[in-house]
Design a protein around this ligand. Structure first.
Ligand code: TXA
Ligand code: MG
Length: 320
């Protein structure tokens, strides 16, 4: 049965909450990307996420809760964690913290780790859904494994239309890249995945921040997946373009001569670029182009999250 896209309304949220409570999966908007949500306390419900996404492994998922107080039921807050939560929640920051032994979150949600990734989303629809379901909600991005994350309800339909019964449409996602995943369990606050909250902003709140090396990404198994990959090659740092290529441009002087072009931000605004990134990659992912060429993006602030996703998109596919 193909999915139904329903505009966000009180009734749609109530319906989605009922589905979640009975163990179904529902796609819903967050400020970062659309999520595929299930009751995080039910292993059976969470297993349906892995089936729908066709994930090769059971990667640990992010648990979405309504507030810092709700998060404290499941994880142990360090002083840094509390400062960051007070500063950035609700918002696109995921904290990896020690799991409480009495947390009701299913071990499948956390892949049996003694840590848990948790965040409070800012999108009003996500907030309302968590409140109505009255459950912690496990939610990866609502795309099949290996595809770029969805930033509109239509993207979710294209990707998971036959695997999810309800997609709540809350319009395009404002941030456009996933949350920053910050590990606070090692004594060295480490960014495992750059995202919507920048390293610079985190450093301003807690001081020094480390960046995961490639080999450390094993701690965050989801990072190894060939996520964010279009089906045609992606060529980064383009300073010229072939006429069979599609171009993702950035800034006031887009290269000319490509078969097609999208500009992430004509004004060179990184927030606008992040919000446009996945939709433009999807638009240009067509077999008639030989590749997607991408102009250089400054590697600061949100540019780091954008470049991280672009590198993954350009990397050869792994296990697909
Ligand atoms: O913006 C987002 O974070 C979106 C929206 C829907 O909230 N969700 C999302 O989930 O991107 P997902 O499953 O695609 O990415 C979760 C990331 C993965 O890289 C995973 O490895 C990491 O979080 N992660 C989850 N639990 C972890 C843990 N206990 N320790 C380290 N990394 C963890
Ligand atoms: Mg994902």
């Amino acid at each position: 049965v193909p999915a139904q896209i329903v505009p966000a309304s009180d009734e749609a949220i109530a319906m989605a909450a009922r589905l979640i409570r009975r163990g179904d999966i529902v796609a819903f908007p967050t400020e970062t990307v659309y999520g595929l949500g299930a009751d995080a306390s039910s292993g059976w419900a969470v297993s349906r996420i892995f089936i729908a996404k066709d994930r090769p492994n059971f990667n640990p998922l992010i648990v979405h809760v309504a507030s810092l107080a709700a998060a404290e039921i499941h994880v142990v807050f360090t002083p840094d964690a509390r400062r960051l939560a007070e500063r950035f929640w609700p918002g696109p920051l995921t904290l990896v913290l020690r799991r409480r032994k009495d947390s009701t979150v299913s071990l499948l949600t956390t892949s049996g780790l003694d840590t848990m990734a948790i965040r409070v989303p800012a999108h009003p629809v996500a907030q309302a859904l968590i409140a109505a379901a009255d459950r912690p909600i496990a939610a990866p991005s609502a795309n099949r494994s290996g595809e770029v994350s969805p930033t509109t309800a239509a993207h979710v339909l294209q990707s998971l239309g036959n695997h999810v019964s309800l997609i709540i449409d809350g319009g395009p996602c404002q941030v456009g890249v996933e949350s920053t995943v910050l590990d606070l369990t090692t004594g060295k606050p480490t960014v495992l995945r750059p995202g919507g909250v920048t390293e610079e902003e985190i450093a301003r709140t807690i001081g020094a921040v480390w960046r995961a090396r490639e080999d450390e990404a094993i701690k965050s198994p989801g990072m190894l997946e060939s996520h964010y990959a279009p089906s045609i090659p992606v060529r980064l740092g383009a300073t010229s373009v072939d006429r069979r290529e599609a171009l993702i441009a950035f800034g006031q002087e887009p290269l000319s001569g490509a078969a097609a072009m999208r500009n992430l931000s004509p004004n060179g605004d990184l927030a606008e670029a992040a919000a446009n990134l996945f939709a433009m990659m999807r638009d240009l992912d067509r077999p008639e182009y030989s590749a997607i060429a991408v102009m250089p993006i400054p590697d600061v602030g949100l540019g780091r999250a954008i470049n991280d996703r672009l590198r993954r998109a350009a990397a050869p596919a792994r296990g697909r």
